[in-house]
Design a binder for this molecule. Sequence first.
Ligand code: PLP
Length: 365
Amino acid sequence: MIRLAHPALSEDVLERLRPLLANGMLTSGRLVGELEDLLSAQVQGREVVLVSSGTTAALLGFQILYDLGVRHLLIPDFTFPSVAASALRVGLKLTLTDIDAHLLSMPPEALDGWPAGPEYGFLSIDQFGIPGPNEALRQRALTGGWRWFEDAACAQGSTSDSVPCGTRATVSIFSFHPRKVMTTAEGGALILEDPELARQARELRSLGLTGQGLDRNFTSLGYNARLSEVHAALGLDHITRLEAMLQTRRDLGMHYLKLLNEWGEIAVPGGFGVPGANFQSMVVLLPPGIDRGAVARELLQRGIESTLPGFAIHTQPAFAGLPRTGPLVHSHTLHDRGLALPLHDGMSAQDVATVVAGLREAVGD
Ligand SMILES: Cc1ncc(COP(=O)(O)O)c(C=O)c1O
């Protein structure tokens, strides 16, 4: 079976777990801090706060924006649903806007007409690890006085204009779910420039408690969003090999692009070809009118997993009725015709060729 994702952890994890089992420090130990320091070095020394998932990173990030006075966020319609749900849960009001067909992200022009000022902000996504137009968004954020939330869940190791994704916004997040570049099984991170916001994130992560030992108080309304030491041990194994893992993904991604473009009958979003993409996923647009379910079943019969690329949230019952700035054409197309193909660093170039050959058969080429 060619799996969509297959995180390759090494036996070294067991060596990291053994002391934890011996001393019982399964949570709130030193491994989380070690992993935070290594991650911080990859995002230009920004503060990194590890939490239990990308979704809880979003929840805490939106809570921080809310506490800064933000009330309204402009978000791309093709947003990960649990992220939109987290924003709504903390009381933010959302307005949907279309993605652009190339980067599958929020185009900077989407902010034309978005009200300026501290009550307003926006969310952008580095979709499938394709870097968004982040420098242009940064300029817009400055001009509009907007707080910016960058969902870089899929974009660890991606860069835009040579700057790592996750380093320009007020709050950015990574996810370490097994389908991401690096994994902690479940896990996520907030990335923040402002040490005071990082302090708040740490407080919210750990029940809203401040102080030490017997001298502790519940200072804010917190969550338990901590990452355990067991999860951090997995991440420490992966982070030592991250550069090699990223390179393998890029090589496999470029091979996909070569074979898919040679075939020419299938649309591949152009953003996959931009410099700095990490190839967290490979997503194609099936020709209009093709039965996507039948294609996925046919691929599975050939031993190839595939899945939906995500959701246009205006189609989902939980998000019905959110206001929008205009038609959501490109988001709808990706929702209707997108198919995510296997891509992970345990694959070979031959596996990529097998997937593309299977896809050609499945769409009746
Ligand atoms: C773009 C994006 N944002 C956020 C998340 C949420 O991350 P997690 O699954 O770690 O909660 C995901 C997860 O797949 C994602 O793809």
